[in-house]
Design a protein around this ligand. Structure first.
Ligand SMILES: [Zn+2]
Length: 471
């Protein structure tokens, strides 16, 4: 671990003393806001770092000349199947005026690297890259290839890992992989509370609600107004929430929260996992759900995202539509979801159907459908693998006394390309962050601490030594 973090913090220091932080600052400086992405520029930069260390480099162009995947392979003796470390190169855009620093300057301030993607996921990309390059610098003899992948278009979708896997599978095939996912969460006093490693992602499905009525002149309203009918249905959905639905990874996660919290929260976490009393579970759900992230990972969530009705100021439209986006726990069946929502609405005038993702540019909808199909085939990754065991062992070594737990990631990630092919993927944002820092992800003044980055690089490097070094 870096002992020179303090030095790196001097406000006027042009570059941090941490190699990982310096690399992250460089990576942030290549603006890969998607759209348009410009991941090919980052691929060219990464090549200058990896190639001199003896990595075999593949830059995979996509039909969009600005988007490319970057693959660097460090050869092992081939006695075991490769391990892959994947991170997306693109980031979401910024509201520049709301930032206190230039989000694309790689500013290091008060012990933090600031910039778009610092958490999601350029920080992880830098940690993975540093750990992999450290293997090469230290000339560690390897029993398997170590593959580093910097992906294009995760935030967009068209030329993402699903696209890459279709024609270039041989380059990214592996025994198991690491990507983004679980969190290393800090307590308010700065100590680490837990390390969570995602073994599954939630998937998404959208349902379309269509209310129909008589289309006519607005001067003679009728009782079957489609907009009123839809509004009543939406009001019922607003007052409704799904039941908690735990799976093995979330049971372990909430049990870890029980062990690392004080009453009454510890009791609520206990009841959520263990109680047969519906009233106790309800009370636990109410208390725990004040945290939107915890609310989300224990259930199928419902979010209205689009509405569409009417086209003129003096015409009552014949139909009104709303799209509800659900993020579902593995094992959720779309038909069951449709029946559940129909029962809540309880109005035969409102049709509920499986919706294509709407409002997307041509091509994206198709890519999204392919992603959804793959995500629904993906099974939670086993914890009985050398990689999972190594992550747990090395987390205990880097963060002594801190519990390590499985986790269900609350959104979709690029892992579907592997998990849908039965290859285990473990997700981690490999740096300790506070709950407050977490709210900056996809928000303003996104940042990650230099110390956390160094610890993360150590965690991933030691994990790689355990699973890929020749014994
Ligand atoms: Zn991400």
């Amino acid at each position: 671990m870096c002992v020179c973090v303090g030095l790196a913090l001097a406000a006027d220091a042009p570059r941090p003393a941490s190699a990982t932080a310096a690399l992250l600052a460089d990576v942030i400086r290549v603006d890969t806001s998607n759209p348009p992405g410009n991941e090919a520029k980052l691929a060219a930069f990464l090549k200058t770092k990896f190639e001199p260390l003896g990595f075999q480099i593949d830059i995979i162009p996509t039909p969009d000349p600005k988007k490319a995947h970057f693959i660097a392979r460090l050869k092992g003796d081939g006695s075991k199947k490769p391990i892959l470390l994947a991170g997306h190169a693109d980031v979401v855009g910024v509201e520049r005026e709301k930032w206190s620093v230039d989000p694309f300057e790689g500013v290091v301030k008060d012990g933090y690297v600031m910039g778009r993607g610092a958490i999601d996921f350029k920080g992880g990309l830098a940690v993975f890259a540093e750990a992999v390059m450290r293997l090469a610098r230290n000339k560690v003899p390897l029993s398997r290839d170590v593959i580093f992948l910097s992906e294009a278009d995760e935030e967009g979708g068209t030329y993402n890992t699903m696209w890459l896997a279709k024609d270039h599978w041989d380059k990214i095939d592996c025994e198991f992989a690491l990507n983004e996912g679980g969190w290393i969460i800090k307590n308010p006093d700065g100590t680490v509370r837990y390390v969570s490693i995602s073994t599954a992602d939630k998937s998404g499905v959208s349902l379309l609600l269509t209310a129909r009525g008589t289309s006519t002149h607005s001067s003679m309203p009728r009782p079957d107004n489609a907009i009123f009918t839809l509004s009543k249905a939406m009001a019922k959905i607003a007052d409704y929430d799904t039941q908690p639905k735990l799976i093995p990874s979330t049971r372990e996660f909430f049990t870890t929260l029980e062990k690392t919290s004080q009453p009454p929260m510890s009791t609520y976490f206990h009841d959520l996992v263990n109680s047969d009393d519906p009233e106790k579970v309800k009370a636990a759900d109410r208390a725990i759900s004040k945290d939107p992230l915890l609310h989300a990972i224990m259930r199928n969530t419902i979010a209205p995202v689009l509405m569409n009705a009417g086209f003129r100021g003096n015409v009552i439209p014949g139909s009104a539509e709303a799209t509800l986006n659900f993020r579902t726990v593995p094992g959720t069946n779309v038909e069951e979801l449709i029946s559940e929502i129909k029962a809540v609405i309880n109005d035969p005038r409102v049709e509920v159907t499986n919706a294509m993702r709407r409002g997307m540019p041509a091509g994206s909808a198709e890519a999204y459908q392919a992603y959804i199909r793959a995500a629904s085939r993906a099974k939670p990754s086993s914890t009985e693998t050398d990689l999972y065991r190594a992550l747990v062992a090395q987390s205990h070594s880097v963060y002594p006394g801190v519990p390590v737990t499985t986790y269900l990631f609350q959104a979709g990630t690029d892992a579907a390309a592997w998990r849908s092919r039965d290859i285990p993927v473990y997700g981690i944002y490999p740096y300790a962050i506070s709950a407050e820092d977490l709210t900056r992800m996809h928000g303003n003044d996104e940042r990650v601490s230099v110390e956390s980055l160094e610890q993360g690089a150590e965690l991933i490097y030691k994990t790689l030594l355990q699973v890929a070094a020749k014994q």
